[in-house]
Design a protein around this ligand. Structure first.
Ligand code: ATP
Length: 247
């Protein structure tokens, strides 16, 4: 289990995250839902341990061990992965080299081709393409999803996985999310779109760095629609956390 306990994150005196507590159980599918600027990506960066995103207060635990002071490499080694909203480019690396970690990953060429097919990239066309600016943003995102299929990380934070990918591909992304849960991993989908959250089981609704609601995804989406869609002061949180029964 990955757990955030009373995590706050301040930048120049502004609380971007305010006393966040979250639990992510292995094999369960999660969404972190909220409008633009709610603090969703910041939570992803804090969980991943990126430079400059150490909690100002609070702790992060992985299977009961305090990993608050682990850096990004130590967290990656421990099984936490972040799929960026804007995936990185790796000039000079082919998709095949990238996906096999330069041959270090114990996978066959067939498995690499199968992973590419699962994300809608024809191996014949893409295997030897470079992971550089010649790939579109959506193609790079698909390559990242193929990498998740091959690496099978324990906790996968997917930051706006559908951004840059056409709507038709929502099913493909949902299949990857199911695949992660099926191998016992934990997908954590960061999104401002309820459509992207529907395939998860549990959701956290964020507003102005605070948790407004947590519970079964369908119920949290209902609250998102009732409160956030009609809110005339986005990112000014209502005063108390809404608890949903039957968690
Ligand atoms: N370094 C920083 N300095 C000042 N404000 C920051 C900094 N980083 C983030 N913020 C602010 O913190 C808030 C949360 O940002 P974050 O990127 O986590 O939101 P988000 O929910 O992921 O939004 P989006 O859906 O637009 O990606 C925003 O108001 C953002 O402007």
């Amino acid at each position: 289990m990955l757990e955030l306990r009373n995590v706050s994150h301040e930048v120049s005196g502004k609380k971007i995250l305010n006393n966040i507590s979250m639990k992510f159980i292995s094999g369960r599918k999660y969404a972190i839902l909220g409008t633009n600027g709610a603090g969703k990506s910041t939570i992803g960066y804090v969980m991943m341990g990126l430079d400059g995103y150490k909690p100002t207060s609070g702790q992060i635990f992985l299977n009961g061990n305090d990993i608050t002071n682990f850096n990004v490499f130590e967290r990656a080694k421990a099984g936490i992965t972040l799929m960026w909203q804007e995936p990185a480019r790796y000039d000079g690396l082919t998709i095949y080299t990238y996906l096999t970690l330069g041959g270090k990953l114990d996978v066959t060429k067939d498995e690499v081709e199968e992973a590419l097919e699962k994300v809608g990239l024809s191996p014949k066309i893409y295997l030897n393409r470079f992971v550089d600016k010649s790939l579109s943003g959506g193609e790079r995102k698909r390559v990242e999803l193929a990498s998740i299929i091959l690496l099978k990380p324990k906790f996968v934070i997917l930051d706006e996985p559908d951004s840059g990918i056409d709507l038709m591909s929502l099913d493909m992304i949902n299949q990857v999310i199911d695949f992660i849960a099926d191998y016992g991993g934990t997908p954590i989908v960061i999104t401002h779109r309820e459509e992207m959250a529907y395939n998860t089981e549990e959701a956290y609704l964020l507003c102005a760095g605070k948790i407004l609601a947590n519970g079964e995804t369908k119920q949290v989406i209902q609250i998102f629609k009732n409160i956030c869609d009609t809110c005339d002061h986005p990112n000014s949180p209502v005063s108390k956390e809404l608890k949903i029964d039957g968690r």
